[in-house]
Design a binder for this molecule. Structure first.
Ligand code: GAR
Length: 187
């Protein structure tokens, strides 16, 4: 059984998708051993609803070192599911190849500092992009720079707004995240 730790900052619909995928058997041979949030958010409640251990470590310069103290050493995979803090380079190096993130755009486009959540969708609309999508990638010390694991795109239409893109991207995320996790776990 592989142990997954999930980091969240917000509503946690991707966290929910992962929990549901484990419960339904779509993600095999894995359990969520811990959910960590960097702020008060609904993601913590989702974890509690499923009796998953959950901890709040306030965001800030000590987040990575505090996480390091509590993360179980037998953790096989750390999943960033709508997590908005930047992990320290030493933490990323210690867990190299074992941290993955979901990003709401087609990396390497629309990644890097400041490119998160709705900011990404506004930037995609302003740039007049013909397509958008989501990317699951390994986390390294360079923001959104790690190797892509899975990516899926869709067409951006004339009527799309940042809000409709956010909805469409979420649907793509729910599709590719469990597949990417299975892939990384070797399932
Ligand atoms: C997701 O769209 C995820 O890609 C994005 O935040 C949203 C969280 O939604 N992550 C980032 O922007 C990280 N750079 P959720 O809380 O409903 O899963």
């Amino acid at each position: 059984m592989k142990n997954i730790v999930i980091l969240v900052s917000g509503s946690g619909t991707n966290l929910q998708r992962i929990i549901d995928s484990i419960e339904s058997g779509d993600i095999q041979n894995a359990k969520v051993s811990l959910v960590v949030a960097d702020r008060e958010c609904y993601g913590l409640e989702r974890a509690a609803n499923h009796k998953i251990d959950n901890v709040l470590i306030p965001r800030g310069k000590n987040f990575s070192s505090e996480l390091d103290k509590i993360i179980p050493q037998d953790t096989d995979l750390i999943v960033l599911a709508g997590f908005l803090s930047i992990l320290k380079p030493e933490f990323c190096e210690n867990w190299n190849g074992k941290i993955i993130n979901i990003h709401p755009a087609l990396l390497p486009k629309f990644g890097g500092k400041g490119m998160w959540g709705m900011n990404v969708h506004h930037a995609v609309i302003e740039a007049g992009e013909k397509e958008s999508g989501a990317t699951v990638h390994f986390v390294t010390s360079g923001i959104d720079e790690g190797e892509a694991i899975l990516q899926k795109s869709f067409e951006v239409t004339e009527n799309d707004t940042a809000e409709t893109l956010a909805e469409k991207v979420h649907l793509v995320e729910y599709e590719i995240f469990p597949t990417a996790i299975n892939k990384v776990l070797g399932n």
